[in-house]
Design a protein around this ligand. Structure first.
Ligand SMILES: [Zn+2]
Length: 268
């Protein structure tokens, strides 16, 4: 299997896993935020028997399938909502990757999607709270015990900022490098084309010329200069001309040049 296909499949699998992890977090966050419960410190527990869930119960999608949708500790049915949120988000993340590619756009799309999902989801879930739960939240608000919740949001935002900044730096380097590589390849290609034009023209009419070409908003200028050439200074002099090609272009404000040369002799 070729490497590119392998990498693509690998990223798709990773995107599904990341998406299902986000989905798992979404179901936790949208349940806890309206109840003013912390979303980081307290581990997940079974809503029926309150048993803390261990690592193997927390693997998105798979835990649900292996336990046949039941709590391992009390046997109570677990809402299909968890499984669906994890699976659907896995698929959504894969689709986002396929549409946007692996770049900064994808990171920003995931961030906006996650923030909107948690805000809208929390609102919907807050409407599904029992009167008793709503009363508890009001009491919590009155007692001003909201510090934990707010500090979590701050920590979350700092973590997201670091994540975003890292992604930005990585994708920026990646795009800049690829822009240089592509421009360099285009310049060489243009230099080769210029040489080809010089080679097909008649030996006696071979003289300096300049060509221009614009690709992806970069202007490439090819200067072809012809000089009489003699390697040994003997009788081959004057029948060989040297074709020099210099292609100049500017990428990200930097002036670049590639040069090539070849010889053309007169057929006597
Ligand atoms: Zn249980």
């Amino acid at each position: 299997m070729d490497l590119e296909l392998f990498l693509n499949i690998f990223i798709i699998v990773c995107m599904f896993i990341i998406g299902s992890l986000f989905g798992s977090f979404f179901s936790l966050a949208t349940y806890r935020i309206p109840r003013r419960q912390d979303i980081v410190a307290t581990r997940s527990y079974c809503p029926t028997c309150k048993h803390r869930l261990n690592f193997f119960d927390l693997i998105p999608v798979l835990s649900y399938i292996f336990c046949l949708g039941k709590c391992r500790y009390c046997g109570e049915k677990i809402s299909l909502r968890y499984f669906l949120l994890e699976t659907i988000n896995g698929v959504i993340f894969v689709l986002m990757y396929l549409v946007l590619g692996y770049n900064l756009k994808l990171v920003i799309a995931i961030l906006i999607y996650a923030i909107l999902f948690v805000i809208i989801g929390s609102y919907i879930m807050s409407k599904k709270m029992t009167d008793e739960e709503k009363k508890e939240v009001v009491e919590l608000k009155l007692s001003k015990k909201r510090g934990v919740f707010i500090s979590e949001i701050v920590v979350g935002m700092i973590a997201f900022s670091i994540f975003l900044a890292t992604a930005l730096v990585l994708t920026r380097n990646y795009t800049t490098n690829s822009v240089y590589t592509i421009a360099n390849a285009n310049a060489y290609n243009f230099a080769l084309n210029s040489i080809e034009i010089a080679l097909v023209s008649d030996y006696d009419e071979l003289e300096d010329f300049t060509l221009n070409q614009t690709i992806d908003n970069i202007v490439y200028t090819s200067n072809v200069t012809i000089e009489k050439y003699s390697e040994t200074g003997n009788d081959i002099e004057d029948i060989v001309k040297k074709i020099n090609v210099k292609v100049n272009y500017t990428v990200n404000g930097e002036n670049k040049e590639v040069s090539l040369n070849t010889l053309k002799g007169k057929v006597l």
